[in-house]
Ligand binder design. Structure first.
Ligand SMILES: [Zn+2]
Length: 96
């Protein structure tokens, strides 16, 4: 089922009606006055959750309550070197 929008010409109200895709009639009865209403083309409702705008808004809202820690190293402390691999054989390789 898909949601289609119709506009009543007598009082310019949009209302929705559910029909199978491709089977929506061109006209429908207005639920308020019963007048013949034509179907209008509207944008499809698509999920916004994956868009860049949604991610930006989500990050902004989250940073207000849970700011990310940018620098976790104590200033002046020696820099800890992370090993690239956990394979013990790589420790035997020659160092530059
Ligand atoms: Zn109406």
């Amino acid at each position: 089922m898909a949601t289609y929008e119709y506009r009543c010409p007598s009082h310019e109200v949009l209302f929705e009606s559910h029909h199978p895709i491709g089977e929506a009639p061109e006209t429908a009865a207005c639920p308020t006055c019963g007048g013949v209403s034509r179907r209008v083309i509207s944008r499809p409702y698509l999920s916004q959750s994956g868009s860049a705008a949604f991610k930006l808004i989500d990050t902004t809202v989250r940073s207000a309550a849970e700011p990310q820690v940018v620098n976790s190293r104590i200033p002046g402390a020696p820099k800890r070197v992370q090993p690239y691999t956990s394979n013990p054989l790589h420790q035997k390789l020659p160092r530059p």
